[in-house]
Design a protein around this ligand. Sequence first.
Ligand SMILES: Cc1cc2nc3c(=O)[nH]c(=O)nc-3n(C[C@H](O)[C@H](O)[C@H](O)COP(=O)(O)O)c2cc1C
Length: 224
Amino acid sequence: MSNKPDPQTYEDQTVNVKQKTLQSDAITLGITGASGAIYALNLLQQLTLHFQQVHVMLSDAARVVMATEVDVSLPESPKKIAEKLAVICSCDRSIIQVYSKDNWFSPVASGSAAPKQMVICPASMGCISAIATGASNTLLERAADVVIKEKGQLIVLPREMPLSTIHLKNLLTLSEVGVTVMPASPGFYSKPQTINELANFVSARILNHLGISNTLSDAWGYKN
Ligand SMILES: Cc1cc2nc3c(=O)[nH]c(=O)nc-3n(C[C@H](O)[C@H](O)[C@H](O)COP(=O)(O)O)c2cc1C
C-alpha cells in the first residue's frame, strides 16, 4: 500500500478543472479570529462581484467570532461553509472555494497555482505573528507565505488595541517585505449612518488597493 497522501480523501482537496481560473482572475481571502467579522463578509461579497474565484480559508477562531458578532454559525465542512457563504453573498456557488486548514493540495498552497493577490480580513495578532515568522502551520499561514515569497500582493487588516511592541514589530516585519498593512479603522468624514457603511468604507479602500475601482464609499473630494 502506498504511503502517499491520496488527494481524493479530502472532499475540498482540489479545484475542479472546470472551475480552474487564471491566477489573475482569482483571489485568496483569509479570515481569522480578530474582531470584525462584518468586514470579512462585506469584503467577501465585494470580491465575489469582481473575481471569478475567491479561495477562502477561515481559522477556527474566525468561526467563533462570526457566530458571536454577526450570528452566522458556519458548519465544519468546507463545502457546506462555501454553500452558506454563497447564500450570504448572493453569488454563484462556483465562485467561492473554501479549504480546510490542512489542505496542502489546494492551489493556494503553492506558488505555481496560487492567486497573486491575497487579503487577510480581519487579521488576528496571532496570525500576523505566524506570518512574520514564516510559521506556515496552517493553510492560511502557508498561503500568505506563498504570496510573500512569490512577490505577490498581500493585504492584512489587523485589529487590536492597544498594539504592543510585539504586535508593532511583527507588523513592521510584514511591511518591510511589501505587505500592505491596512488597520481596521474606517474614516468618519463621510458621516456613516450604519455599521454597514463603515464596513463599506473599509472594503472600498481594500478594493482600491487591489486595483478595483468602486463606488462603495465616497472617494475623498468626490460625491457618489
Ligand atoms: C469574540 C472574539 C474577539 C476577538 N478579537 C480579537 C481581536 O480583535 N484581535 C486579536 O488579535 N484577537 C482577537 N481574539 C482572539 C483570537 O481569536 C485568538 O487569539 C485566536 O487564537 C486567533 O487565532 P487565528 O489567528 O487562528 O484566528 C478574539 C476572540 C474572540 C472570541
